[in-house]
Design a protein around this ligand. Structure first.
Ligand code: VAH
Length: 316
């Protein structure tokens, strides 16, 4: 049975991924870790939790020697908008954190899954149906760390045989844990505001398309790629995956079908808008579909229905 250490386990992805993995592999086989024990009780209490700062290689090694996981899922990272406000922090956490995890994995025979992002592309990348293999000249520090991270993971596979795997996540939408400082966060906050206040002020301009995905599809992608036959993986790290591409007016219209009184206006955040415009409008995820059977279940209508149902209960 797999034993998995998750870093950044109390973030937007980590919170749901730990619960999902514990259902599949058993509570005691999933070790959640984060920089501080500040998160949902059900993650902290239902299985092992360890305080790990990914900048402390010794501490990562200590936890790996204690639990002997065969996989490290490395999620701890600084996202795009926070990273643009503090590029040094983003470089340190995203690069040295990943380097430490790869070094510990190499010494302990662990596989490593770590996500890249659509942020690994930049303004010179083909914007529509962005190919799996194409120009990657991102103009954000977050994007720079994601491209460097993809290359570092490839290096540890080719040079040391570390089984590294990863996907380029689009914006992720979920109702459990709020996102932590990304550019795509508007697509989460709009649902909360629609349910709570029936109005939302969007910081991304009308007509700005970005790839997005509902969290259940993201969780399924992690496990499917983790369990995929390695002989079939040509790309290994940083598979393009997506489920939908929409602009603010599209998600607004979908919510309005369920909450007719919902209204939205705009107050553009220039930094986040510039980041969003540097990313693709839509990805080509053929490689993931062909090499490990990637297939999303949720489109915008299905996601909107589920998000509003779940948030109507959560925010009661
Ligand atoms: C961000 N949610 O906005 C993250 C993600 C594709 C975007 O990497 O920074």
């Amino acid at each position: 049975m797999r034993k998995i250490l998750v870093t950044g386990a109390l973030g937007q992805i980590g919170t749901e991924l730990v619960l999902y993995l514990r259902e599949i592999y058993g509570n005691l086989n999933i070790i959640a870790s984060d920089i501080a024990p500040k998160g949902p009780e059900k993650v902290l209490k239902a299985g092992p939790f360890e305080i790990v700062n990914v900048l402390d290689a010794k501490r990562i090694n200590e936890v790996v020697e204690k639990y002997k996981p065969d996989v490290i899922i490395h999620l701890a990272a600084i996202l795009s908008a926070v990273g643009e406000n503090n590029p040094a922090l983003a470089w340190n956490v995203n690069m040295y954190g990943l380097y430490n995890v790869l070094e510990v994995a190499k010494s302990n025979g662990c596989a490593v899954f770590t996500p890249s992002s659509i942020a690994a592309f930049g303004p010179s990348t083909p914007k529509d149906k962005t190919p799996q293999d194409t120009i990657q000249r991102p103009t954000t520090m977050y994007g720079v760390t994601k491209v460097a991270g993809e290359l570092l993971c490839d290096y540890y596979f080719y040079k040391y045989g570390v089984d590294t795997r990863g996907v380029r996540f689009p914006g992720l939408i979920s109702y459990e844990a709020l996102p932590g400082g990304g550019t795509t966060d508007y697509a989460v906050h709009i649902y909360y505001e629609a349910v709570k206040n029936k109005k939302y002020t969007c910081y991304i301009k009308e007509g700005t398309y970005m790839d997005m995905m509902y969290m259940p599809d993201a969780l399924n992608a992690v496990v499917t790629l983790l369990e995929a036959n390695p002989d079939k993986l040509i790309h290994r790290n940083a598979f393009n995956i997506t489920a939908m591409s929409f602009a603010p007016e599209d998600i607004y219209a979908e919510i309005k079908k369920i909450i007719p009184e919902f209204t939205m206006d705009y107050n553009i955040d220039p930094i986040k808008q510039k980041i969003a415009e540097s990313w693709p409008n839509s990805l080509d995820d053929t490689a993931a579909r062909e090499e490990w059977g990637w297939k999303p279940k949720y489109d915008l209508p299905l996601m909107t229905k589920d998000m509003i149902e779940k948030l109507s209960i959560k925010l009661k």
